[in-house]
Ligand binder design. Structure first.
Ligand code: HEM
Length: 263
């Protein structure tokens, strides 16, 4: 307890905490992207994946609590470090962009807060399935049959979700913020972890640039592809029909879509 307290009290300790929690969140962002890219395959692909995750409650809740702790510590360390920076250097650097400057901290705080707002909306949209925030209706009605079992139709939720212009726009703005946040945050993370000599500095900068661009492209092609009706157009029409029904009929939906694919 004493050790944790001492780490938290020092600004170097806070930088380590921010770097390590940032590293864990970065790993989640990569894993989540790989999972989401399955939307470009057959509907069963992403639905089987989502169902697999849901069928392991201990793993899912462990990951959720771990993520929540990382987000909390990351924000607390960022806010207290920014306040310490401001106290130590109220005027800021002349160039305004050196790592650790108040301008840079403000920039990271603003993009971080937009990402946080996005995650809150995103959880309500696709995890809590709150009706009234997706521009369509009650996504809980979207179910499908997998191996004889009725399961949530995550594919249909994504396809319908990104056919709404303001949802897609908000996701794109959030991905832009994530891109900016990672572009600076990844480089800062490696610096905090000690990779800051003249050999590592250019490598770290290049990695941060390439990784943030790849993540931006990966996360934006999903809403853009769906919004442009390149992905899942036929399926969306069937899913909309399911939304208007009072009692869902996943069997009919799947049979109809499968029948069309075979033709
Ligand atoms: C195009 C972009 C994205 C898409 C299509 C997407 C899709 C999804 C879907 C469908 C779920 C629900 C999974 C389920 O309950 O079966 C989900 C959950 C989640 N997403 Fe995303 N996501 C995107 C971007 C992001 C980003 C950028 C972040 C974080 C910065 C993020 C964080 C989360 C979190 C924390 C969950 C909750 C996981 C859980 O159930 O515990 N997502 N996402």
């Amino acid at each position: 307890m004493n050790l944790i307290n001492r780490v938290w009290q020092s600004s170097l300790g806070k930088k380590y905490i921010m770097a390590l929690t940032g590293c864990a969140l970065f790993a989640f962002v990569i894993g989540h992207l790989l999972g989401n890219l399955q939307v470009f395959g057959q509907p069963e692909l992403i639905n089987t994946y989502a169902h697999f995750l849901k069928s392991k409650p201990v793993m899912v809740w462990g990951a959720r609590l771990g993520l929540l702790a990382c987000v909390g510590l990351h924000i607390a360390a960022a806010v207290t470090l920014a306040a310490l920076n401001k106290e130590a250097r109220p005027v800021g650097y002349a160039g305004g962009s050196a790592y650790g400057s108040t301008t840079r901290s403000r920039y990271m705080l603003v993009s971080g807060l937009v990402i946080l707002a996005f995650v809150v909306y995103h959880l309500a949209h696709f995890t809590a399935l709150l009706p009234g925030i997706n521009g369509h209706g009650d996504f809980r009605k979207l179910t499908t049959i997998l191996h004889g079992e009725s399961v949530p139709d995550v594919y249909a939720m994504m396809i319908l979700g990104f056919q709404v212009w303001w949802v897609t726009l908000f996701y794109l703005i959030a991905q832009g913020m994530l891109f900016m946040h990672l572009g600076h945050g990844l480089a800062a993370m490696f610096q905090s972890l000690g990779f800051r000599n003249h050999v590592w500095e250019p490598r770290v900068q290049s990695f941060a640039k390439v990784a943030s661009i790849a993540i931006f492209i990966g996360y934006t092609i999903i809403p853009v592809g769906i919004f442009m009706r390149v992905v899942g157009y036929d399926y969306a029409e069937k899913a909309k029909h399911q939304l208007t029904q009072t009692s869902p009929s996943p069997v009919a939906l799947v049979a109809e879509v499968n029948g069309k694919e075979k033709r």
